[in-house]
Design a protein around this ligand. Structure first.
Ligand SMILES: [Zn+2]
Ligand SMILES: [Zn+2]
Length: 340
């Protein structure tokens, strides 16, 4: 018996759903990155990199622009960062919390507050949970916002502060973009891939039972996820999650690379946890929304630790592609582990 046969499909807002309200996109999860295909598929790889939507456009380019603008207009001068002083540190903290609030709220407002597209392309039929004691103040939204801004905001800023202090005191290798423009651009474009590499291994480590019980359980309280769930993490997880930036301590980099790395870590989870497959914009071909691949991780826990742009799950056999067969496999695996 497969999923289709065993569960009745209901139409809710035009979406066929199983009896528990789960909808899944027809095409399943995003395919693994063609860059790593064997035999090579150069045409598909180029399309993946330069296509719209693709690796660079639109989202990477937007995050790069935010990092550059932050450096140019919102970063305290390095001459002020020679000593740890509360004034420039607070400026960076307030800047970070404000930017994170604006970006995450934009996603939340349209899809979850105004419900502009109702349940259309939504993975579940539930909204943010209220009255559940596992969340702070029994509110999933309050809980998610608290961990994102307080724990996330402090630890993210702390990493940036240490880097700016280190650049100001010339104790880490500095890259001058005027002398090495190509290196600068290649490095800027590579940050997302490096982050996916780091995220996968950090995430595998977080599923090691002692670390899961100490920290990662907090992120997994969210089975039904929304934009604010993305950065809702325990402080131990935030320390590990943002530690990908430490690569710039060793490899010559510009502070823009540091900002791109930390901001990418801070801003992208809102979209990854959007909870909607598609961003419905009238008059356009619909724009891709959240990550169905990661949504399945929140539903089943033991699959899809990374993302398809760096397909470790595909290589290591932990990939759930959203197919009825994969759903069935996960259920059987769960039943078995519960019977032990
Ligand atoms: Zn998540
Ligand atoms: Zn996890």
């Amino acid at each position: 018996m497969d999923d289709k046969g065993s569960e009745k499909k209901e139409l809710v807002d035009g979406m066929p759903r199983d009896s528990r309200g789960f909808w899944q996109p027809e095409k399943g999860t995003a395919p693994p990155n063609p860059l790593f295909s064997w035999p090579p598929k150069p045409g598909a790889a180029l399309k993946w990199f330069f296509g719209i939507p693709g690796y660079l456009f639109p989202w990477q380019v937007i995050y790069m622009a935010i990092a550059i603008l932050t450096w140019l207009y919102l970063q305290p001068a390095l001459s002020r960062c020679v000593e740890f002083r509360i004034d420039w540190i607070m400026e960076m903290f307030v800047r970070n919390v404000a930017m994170l609030t604006i970006i995450t709220s934009l996603w939340h407002l349209r899809f979850w507050s105004l419900k502009s597209q109702g349940l259309k392309y939504k993975y579940t039929t539930e909204w943010m949970a209220k009255g559940k004691r596992k969340f702070l103040k029994s509110s999933q939204l309050f809980d998610n916002v608290f961990w994102t801004l307080v724990s996330g905001g402090i630890i993210w800023t702390a990493y940036e502060v240490i880097f700016m202090w280190a650049y100001a005191n010339q104790i880490i290798p500095y890259l001058d973009p005027k002398e090495h423009p190509i290196y600068f651009v290649v490095m800027l474009c590579s940050i997302q891939l490096w982050r996916l590499f780091h995220f996968y291994w950090a995430h595998r480590l977080l599923h090691w039972p002692p670390l899961y019980r100490a920290a990662h359980y907090l992120h997994h309280k969210n089975i039904n996820i929304g934009p604010w769930s993305g950065m809702a993490m325990h402080p131990i997880e935030h320390i590990l999650y943002f530690s990908g930036v430490l690569i710039h301590w060793i490899i010559p980099s510009h502070p823009i690379h540091v900002l791109m790395n930390t901001q990418h870590a801070a801003f992208t989870p809102a979209q990854g946890h959007l909870g909607f497959e598609t961003f419905e914009i009238k008059g356009t071909k619909n724009v891709p929304g959240g990550s169905f691949f990661h949504q399945l991780h929140h539903r089943y826990f033991e699959c899809n630790y990374g993302e398809q742009d760096l397909p470790f799950d595909h290589w290591f056999g932990t990939s759930h592609d959203g197919s009825p067969e994969a759903h069935q496999r996960m259920r059987e695996k769960r039943k078995k582990s519960h019977n032990i």
